[in-house]
Design a protein around this ligand. Structure first.
Ligand code: COA
Length: 180
């Protein structure tokens, strides 16, 4: 397994590299499957990296850039994650290994965040398994919550990890059967 690290994406010096990365790969489970360079620049302008309460990191494997992670709502109780690996870096355990590093970064740097959450499409098996493997808990299954171009909507599935669980090394389950 390669050695994993994170490096902040810095604006504006990393803008071109960020645009090149995003527009070079296909993201089959994102609403915008093949972002163009213009799409990527629009995301930068929208503050995906340096907007209020946002941050972005390069994911490095053995020192080589293999992906990005962007984070939103870092001043709220619950922050949101979007992890994207290069096409040729997928399926090699990097996502599963990156998640704990991301969690450490977020809980270490952003004291107001109590919970880190990610939502993914129901058929994104790799992301769902990576969440589970890293100790994240499924918290929601939004039926027909993910629009699909030219097709029926799929479910959006939410996984999260609590700061308190991260600190204590426990996994608090969701009380699914709590209706009186
Ligand atoms: C989703 C993503 C981050 C997962 O990272 P990854 O490095 O590819 O995943 P891993 O190699 O760590 O594999 C995690 C698990 O999924 C399984 N898996 C990996 N690729 C798979 C695939 N294409 N189909 C089914 N299962 C797959 C692995 O076997 C592993 O299962 P295990 O824990 O039971 O052994 C990565 O594939 C990616 O960037 N995809 C495109 C962007 C994306 O969809 N991001 C999600 C945004 S929320």
């Amino acid at each position: 397994m390669p050695s994993l690290s994170l490096r902040p994406i810095v604006r504006p010096s990393d803008d071109d590299a960020f645009v090149a990365f995003l527009s070079a790969h296909e993201f089959p489970f994102h609403v915008r499957r093949r972002p163009t360079a213009a799409d990527a620049r629009a995301r930068l302008a929208d503050g995906v990296i340096d907007g209020p309460a946002a941050a972005g990191f390069w994911v490095l494997a053995d020192g080589e850039t293999v992906g990005t992670v962007t984070l939103e709502d870092l001043e709220d109780d619950t922050a949101l994650i979007d992890l994207r690996l290069a096409s040729d870096a997928r399926g090699r355990g990097i996502g599963s290994t990156a998640l704990p590093a991301i969690v450490t970064e977020v809980f270490g740097r952003f004291p107001s965040v109590r919970k880190l959450e990610g939502q993914t499409r129901e058929d994104n098996v790799a992301m769902r398994r990576a969440f589970r493997r890293a100790g994240w808990v499924k918290e929601a299954h939004y039926r027909e919550g993910w629009p699909v171009d030219g097709g029926s909507p799929l479910a959006s599935v939410a996984y999260a990890i609590l700061r308190s669980d991260w600190e204590s090394g426990t996994v608090t389950p969701v009380p699914w059967d709590d209706e009186p």
